[in-house]
Design a protein. Structure first.
Lengths: 475, 485
């Protein structure tokens, strides 16, 4: 349905125009913040704004050179979100605080890494060769924060940080990507086995027990993250990622049913056993009871203050720099959505959420358009991860669901999150490039293109040889 | 596979639909509730340093904004702090606000809807925003008199109202505190003062409801007025009824018994008229009435006088609801009928009950705010007397008034008598466990034939003798002060 009869158009000029608009949003917000503070539009402001603009245009040029059919909307959306995030973090910086500059440094690093991914990887299908390496990498990344010596210990109740020299990093953010690569690789190879075998109960076909292996693995990883790292948000994210990918691979709703049953069961048991989960749920349901409000740690003070801020913002907001986010703990990271709601109002926050909606929609479009199962699964998983992460964060801040410690992609202060999400954007751009580009004449959907400069690539070991042709049938 | 991708996209869009809904709820639909939440300091902080309107009693401010320092243009100040702390409350940066400072906060800050046009004109004229001022019904002389009638170190409350309008003439309680200590811009000092004040027994500034409107006390014998109204209302009793008056009433289902006060005159008669029973405040006749009518009849009558209810939003102060418990057994009912056990009433409740009797059975909404004036002194709103509920019938109210008058003329409330004026009154002595100490009450009104003033006095944790000295004679002084105006 995506393939058009007419010749594919790169639409890079559209992208350029949209990037200019996106920079206007980010830099405009930054200018408002600077004008509201004592500094005014000083040299720092111009320097930082130009850095962001240069990076955005450099990215654009790289796309012209390396992925000229990439989706023209994705990069501008991300630039707008990232620019807005920079302005808001800068706005929260008190005298002597360096969070804004740090976020800019990380933005540049993340964009550089993302550019490097596009430049050197050229085609996402190559990643399929790293299916099991990705699994090993995921395991390593998830275990790192628990390794003595580099573990940054328990920070705000969760052990998700590592410390290398002066830098701290959250490897779990990167694990999101490696896990998605593993799931995509594994499922695109084995989906037929999973698909064809199984027992039918009522209208639903249930998988064989041995095919449940990866599902159980994913569940154990999620529970492990919850138990050992005390990170409820990542746990939900990893598992949600897996459920969607296995559902897309098999088109079987039974997987979703099993997955939801596992997550609800696990969550229920976790809420009974682990105080940090119980506290989260208690401060969600009983946010407005005095004991819960005043409890520290594990109280509802943060979420209630965030709600007060958003309510104060109302429809049009107090104006950038005019609110009182200093009353909300972590207003520049976990609660940045509340800050947007307060200062930019319902309208501003809707616009931001709309940007995310557009972003993941373009990601899903790339998944529809690309012709290889691996690429479909990867694009779909990564796009859904962005959507789910937004849902968990914004739902938590608005008290729709319990608040967990996930970051808002591209907006919240935090280097690891920026890096991971920019890499995701790089991957989505690459997949959309194959999706929108001229139809590849090679029929082998799941094989790396023979036109690749790497030359012919051997089928990785451990891969079911029959997968590609079967995949075509079932698409 | 593509179909599954579309379904996943639909799932993601559905999640976002929920997000849009949640944001709309928080920022628009539920925003008013969140903005009005007492924990929400944003409104206070936004206007904290603005010039707030004054709270005015008898033409003089009792709470006003005075010039502050560079960082904060105005500082809230309370010129007669302890005397009016109970009504003004405090306005602070760190602890929010209480009392009228809270309930009238929007008006005082100039944010209320009625001041919308003023805000617009202030904006265009480049003037600093200024709030409306609030004039109270309190009479400064009576307020001062009442406050001084409670000895320092004694816990107690006095409520003086006009039974015909519900206007509050005086309302004081001790211990009181200095709101300036909390309102200071020096937050560290405010915190230290707060901690220190909360050490004082009887002061708890963390809870917003206290003093005459919030302090729940055993009412003792003043509750007998409710028994009397219930009895007359039932039709089983009339003004000539003779009530059983044993010196001690065995409590059904228990070994205990309910005696009449041994030192009084009750025990000279085996039966008593209402007049005698009220004059001498005998216990057993009223316990008998309660056991005869049943707890529901007593509770219903209590609720008609305001138990379990509040007294309306005109008062602008947080109110505790007085309690007549449910599911009493017969022994508990007998003790509850004389205002003991778990029956609890606020001083305001007892005053409102008295005022309803004075006003022919109609309870008026108590009100503390007389007028609200814009910064240009234009009257924005003025409180008009409003009936709250009908507590009892006019004939019953007159009958009870007659008996209360004889309790002052011939009975144990005679200390409240004012020469040349018919005073209606009732005393109460609620025993506090076996401590030998009591809550000592007087409640009454004058003149009995044309009530101008209802006075309720309670002194907490006093012995019988000092209780008697601190209640009825003090009521007399207040009656004289109000009526001689």
């Amino acid at each position: 349905m995506i393939q058009t009869e007419t010749a594919p158009k790169p639409r890079r000029n559209v992208e350029l125009l949209l990037i200019v608009l996106a920079l206007a949003v980010g830099i405009g917000a930054s200018a408002l913040v600077s004008l509201n503070s004592d500094m005014g539009l000083d040299s720092d402001f111009w320097f930082q704004s130009s850095l962001l603009a240069v990076a955005a245009f450099a990215f654009h040029i790289v796309l012209r050179l390396r992925a000229k059919y990439a989706d023209p909307v994705i990069l501008p959306i991300v630039v707008a979100l990232n620019g807005l995030g920079l302005a808001l973090i800068h706005r929260m910086d008190g005298p002597g605080d360096d969070t804004g500059n740090n976020q800019l440094r990380w933005t540049l690093i993340a964009m550089a890494v993302s550019i490097a991914v596009i430049w050197f990887l050229k085609d996402h299908r190559i990643l399929r060769r790293f299916t099991y390496i990705s699994l090993a990498a995921s395991a390593l990344l998830l275990v790192l924060p628990l390794v003595p010596g580099i573990s940054a210990g328990e920070v705000l109740g969760a052990s998700v940080w590592i410390r290398i020299g002066p830098m701290t990093f959250q490897p779990g953010e990167i694990a999101k990507i490696t896990l998605a690569i593993f799931f995509a690789g594994y499922l695109s190879s084995n989906r037929d086995l999973i698909l064809l075998a199984g027992r039918k109960i009522g209208p639903m076909q249930f998988p064989r027990f041995k095919d449940l292996g990866p599902m159980i693995t994913a569940w154990l990883v999620s529970i492990g993250v919850l138990v050992f790292q005390r990170d409820l948000g990542s746990s939900v994210l990893f598992f949600g990622l897996f459920i969607v990918m296995i559902y897309v691979a098999t088109s079987r709703i039974s997987w979703v049913v099993i997955g939801l049953a596992l997550i609800l069961g696990g969550g229920f048991i976790a809420s009974k056993i682990f105080s940090h989960v119980a506290f989260r749920i208690d401060s969600w349901i009983n946010a407005f009871t005095p004991e819960v409000f005043g409890r520290s740690p594990g109280g509802s003070g943060q979420i209630v203050q965030g709600l007060f801020g958003m309510a104060d913002g109302g429809l049009v907001g107090t104006g950038l720099g005019q609110g009182r986010p200093d009353l909300v703990p972590f207003a520049n990271s976990d609660m940045i959505v509340a800050l947007i709601g307060e200062e930019l109002g319902l309208i501003g926050l809707f616009a931001v959420v709309m940007l995310y909606l557009l972003l993941f929609t373009r990601g899903f479009r790339a998944a529809l358009g690309t012709r290889d199962a691996f690429g479909k699964l990867l694009a779909c998983g990564l796009s859904f991860a962005i959507a789910l992460q937004c849902f968990v964060v914004i739902g938590g801040v608005t008290r729709l669901i319990p608040l967990t410690g996930l970051t808002t992609p591209f907006l919240a202060a935090g280097g690891s999150s920026l890096l991971a999400n920019w890499i995701i954007v790089g991957l989505l751009l690459m997949i959309s490039n194959t999706a929108r580009g001229p139809v590849d004449t090679t029929p082998m959907v799941n094989k790396p293109p023979t036109t690749s400069s790497h030359g012919t690539v051997k089928t990785p070991t451990g891969q079911t040889p029959s997968a590609p042709t079967e995949a075509v049938k079932h698409q | 596979m593509n179909q599954a991708i579309r379904s996943s996209w639909m799932a993601a869009v559905a999640m976002f639909a929920l997000i849009f809904g949640a944001i709309s709820y928080v920022q628009v639909i539920g925003a008013d509730d969140l903005n009005a939440n007492p924990w929400n300091q944003r409104a206070i902080l936004a206007t904290f340093c603005n010039e707030r309107g004054a709270i005015i009693v008898g033409g003089k401010p009792v709470a006003e904004s005075v010039p502050g320092n560079e960082s904060c243009a105005f500082q809230r100040s309370y010129p007669q702090p302890e005397l009016y702390a109970g009504v003004t409350g405090f306005f602070s940066r760190g602890f929010g606000s209480t009392g009228l400072e809270q309930s009238m906060g929007e008006t005082l800050a100039g944010n209320s809807d009625q001041l919308f046009l003023d805000r617009i004109s202030q904006m265009f004229l480049g003037k600093e925003p200024k709030g409306a001022s609030v004039e109270l019904t309190l009479d400064p002389a009576i307020q001062k008199l009442a406050y001084d009638l409670i000895p320092d170190g004694q816990r107690g409350s006095i409520v003086v109202t006009n039974p015909k309008t519900g206007a509050i003439i005086a309302m004081v309680s001790k211990p009181s505190y200095d709101p300036n200590l909390i309102a200071t811009h020096d937050t560290a000092a405010a915190e230290a003062n707060m901690a220190k004040l909360n050490q004082v027994p009887g002061i708890n500034l963390n809870q917003n409801v206290s003093g005459p409107t919030g302090n729940l006390l055993s009412p003792g014998s003043v509750f007998k007025l409710i028994d009397t109204a219930a009895a007359l209302n039932s039709g089983k009793y009339n003004k000539d009824s003779e009530l059983p008056n044993p010196s001690s009433l065995p409590l059904p289902g228990s070994n205990a018994s309910l005696p009449n006060y041994a030192g009084g005159n009750c025990n000279v008669r085996e039966t008593a008229s209402f007049a005698f029973a009220l004059e001498q405040s005998c216990n057993t006749p009223f316990a008998s009435i309660a056991l005869d009518l049943g707890q529901d009849a007593i509770r219903e009558q209590a609720e008609k006088f305001g138990f379990g209810e509040t007294f309306g939003d005109q008062l602008k102060l947080q109110q505790a609801k007085s309690v007549f418990p449910r599911d009493l057994d017969q022994a508990q009912l007998a003790q509850s009928s004389v205002g003991q056990r778990d029956v609890k009433a606020t001083p305001l409740q007892i005053n409102m009950m008295t005022a309803a009797i004075a006003n022919g059975g109609v309870q008026m909404k108590p009100n503390l705010v007389q007028t609200v004036r814009a910064p240009d002194l234009r009257v924005i709103s003025e409180t008009k007397p409003e009936a709250l509920r009908t507590s009892t019938t006019q004939p019953i109210a007159s009958q009870i008034t007659e008996w209360m008058t004889s309790a002052v003329d011939n009975g144990i409330a005679k200390g409240a008598a004012v020469p040349g004026v018919k005073v209606a009154g009732k005393t109460g002595t609620a025993e506090l466990g076996d401590s030998g100490l009591n809550n000592s009450w007087f409640t009454g009104f004058a003149p009995a034939n044309d009530p101008q003033v209802a006075v309720t006095i309670v002194m907490e944790r006093v012995d019988v003798l000092s209780g008697a000295q601190l209640t009825s004679p003090n009521a007399k002084k207040i009656f004289e002060a109000v009526l001689n105006k």
